[in-house]
Design a binder for this molecule. Structure first.
Ligand SMILES: Cc1cc2nc3c(=O)[nH]c(=O)nc-3n(C[C@H](O)[C@H](O)[C@H](O)COP(=O)(O)OP(=O)(O)OC[C@H]3O[C@@H](n4cnc5c(N)ncnc54)[C@H](O)[C@@H]3O)c2cc1C
Length: 513
């Protein structure tokens, strides 16, 4: 098969053999078959928005000037047998994919997850958004599927790894829309993702793995800096599990577990990250700006913006959710945290994204490896107070924040509701100043971005982990032998795709070690 890219197709048509034949410059009858490798929207010229396809095509005659296409199928490596069952802590994308590949390879992993299964979790999260009563065990950060389950399920990522295609194929195999395997910006949508996670869980169990929900890792037992077992706690009891292979895929919100890992002497270091707000606009304004008159053919548009300032500060938009909502993402009492999500149809009235400012380890104010976590916590607690000691969120229109005129008023989507106030009160001044500058800067790229009717909801503090649990580059083990820090919480991933890939990588070395 030959790889042919940049095949232009207008927005109101489907890709056909004729398009491919025209691109190659041969007769349509020489095209035997083709598979789509990539489908992207080319909106660089607003007067000429169209689809751009990459395909692998089988022709009945030799053609020149095109690379031969070979799809490299991902295969989990054959490893040695293990003395005891590997244990995985956390069932986010990292733990889930580590568990799936280990189970399919016959290692019968045990996965422990402090939160509940997905169905129970959905009820608890819905109830929190309705009533404002938080369950610190099962919420948007904790539970089956991890942080990414109540999300837009965007799968695009900056990493280029051969395992990425395997992750996409696996999500499609377990129920995601097939298009994700070739769409330039694949997304699953929270409504579909929940089912996909459940199907993957059942596949792990069918292949001899085991999943223990509402079971929290409370202690790692070591002898001579080597893992020999763990203590876990569920609703009824605390007990030990013997193991010398422990994958720690805990995410960035398990602050109690971070402290425990620090106290057993695992090497950790501070890590730069970002904080800010969620900004909401009318989705139609974004569609108009990104697609112009072509918007009628296309779904909700997205955007990605960044700005760097002379004082070394920068701001950027992150985790943009087209046609989505801002969600209450607290996992700890007395803290307010925002994030965003979309349903698979992305048909909500508003567009939202995180608007973040870079925070460096110099801003943490102490050498403690967990100082960044305390920096986050301080902002989240201030927000809880400012919102009236509730899980409502502080919010402010741009007209009040930067004094711009409002052409239309955006209705905030955050549930259980917002408290209008001066949001700068939750942030250090450098964050507020940079946010104000960035909105005006972004208005130059998307007209209307700084409209006074746009709304800010605060605070977005869990953009990534402010700490890294150190590991050896080859063995991926920490200074505690048998402990494998992995995923976003350990500081080796940012997003669903890179977390899943890191889980697979750690599972590979674990069986090869
Ligand atoms: C609302 C929201 C929307 C998002 N949207 C997107 C998106 O569209 N696209 C994207 O790429 N990324 C998105 N993200 C980020 C993405 O979810 C994370 O990067 C990803 O989930 C990290 O995966 P992980 O497996 O490393 O950790 P997590 O997904 O955080 O999973 C960690 C798991 O470990 C469990 N755990 C923690 N401590 C313990 C313990 N002591 N014992 C047992 N279990 C424990 C937790 O309960 C949790 O389930 C979003 C995040 C949120 C919160």
């Amino acid at each position: 098969m030959y790889k042919v890219n940049n095949i232009r197709v207008s927005l109101d048509s489907q890709l056909t053999k004729a398009h491919i034949a025209k691109k190659i410059g041969i007769g349509e009858n020489y095209i035997d078959s083709f598979i789509v490798l990539k489908k992207a929207i080319d909106a660089r010229k607003k007067s000429d928005v169209h689809y751009a396809y990459t395909v692998a095509v089988k022709t009945t005659k030799k053609i020149s000037g095109y690379d031969i296409f070979n799809r490299e199928e991902y295969k989990f490596p054959k490893g040695k047998s293990l003395d005891n069952r590997p244990v995985i802590v956390g069932m986010g994308p990292c733990g889930l994919f580590a568990g799936l590949v280990l189970a399919e390879a016959g290692y019968a992993p045990i996965i422990i997850e402090r939160g509940a299964d997905i169905d129970t979790r959905k009820n608890k999260v819905d109830s929190f958004w309705k009533t404002g009563e938080l369950d610190i065990r099962t919420n948007v950060q904790f539970g089956e599927g991890g942080a990414g389950t109540f999300s837009d399920g965007k799968l695009n990522s900056g990493i280029h790894d051969k395992r990425c295609q395997f992750v996409l194929d696996t999500f499609a195999k377990y129920g995601a829309n097939e298009e994700i395997v070739y769409t330039a910006k694949p997304h699953i949508g929270t409504d579909v993702l929940a089912e996909v996670v459940k199907n993957m869980r059942n596949a792990i169990i069918d292949n001899g793995g085991e999943v223990r929900f509402q079971t929290t890792l409370t202690k790692v037992i070591t002898r001579n800096k080597k893992v020999t077992g763990i203590i876990v706690k569920n609703e009824n009891e605390e007990y030990e599990i013997e193991t010398d292979k422990l994958i720690l895929a805990i995410g960035h919100s398990a602050r109690d577990t971070y402290s425990m890992i620090k106290n057993i002497g695992a090497d950790m270091e501070q890590k730069n990250f970002s904080v800010g707000v969620r900004i909401e606009h009318k989705q139609d304004m974004i569609n108009e700006s990104q697609y112009g008159t072509f918007k009628k053919y296309l779904g909700a548009a997205d955007y990605k913006l960044s700005a760097h300032f002379d004082n070394g500060r920068s701001a950027y938009t992150f985790c943009m959710c087209p046609g989505g909502v801002v969600v209450a993402s607290s996992s700890e009492e007395g803290t307010v945290v925002t994030n965003g999500m979309s349903y698979s149809k992305r048909d909500g009235e508003n567009a939202n994204s995180a608007l973040l400012v870079n925070v460096t380890t110099d801003d943490f104010g102490s050498d403690d490896p967990l100082a960044g976590v305390y920096f986050q916590e301080k902002i989240e607690k201030k927000a809880f107070k400012l919102a009236g000691n509730s899980y409502k969120a502080p919010a402010q229109y741009l007209s009040d924040f930067i004094g711009t005129k409002a052409s239309t008023k955006v209705i905030p989507t955050y549930k259980p509701g917002v408290t209008f106030c001066d949001i700068s009160k939750v942030f250090p001044d450098f964050v507020t100043d940079t946010l104000k500058k960035s909105v005006l800067e972004f208005d130059k790229k998307i007209k209307g971005f700084a409209d006074g009717g746009a709304i800010l909801t605060a605070p977005e503090t869990r953009s990534s982990a402010p700490v890294r649990i150190l590991r050896d580059k080859e063995s991926l083990m920490s200074n505690i032998s048998g402990l494998y820090p992995a995923g976003e919480g350990a500081g080796y991933a940012g997003g669903i795709m890179s977390a899943a890939v890191d889980g697979i990588k750690v599972a590979e070395v674990l069986v090869k070690e």
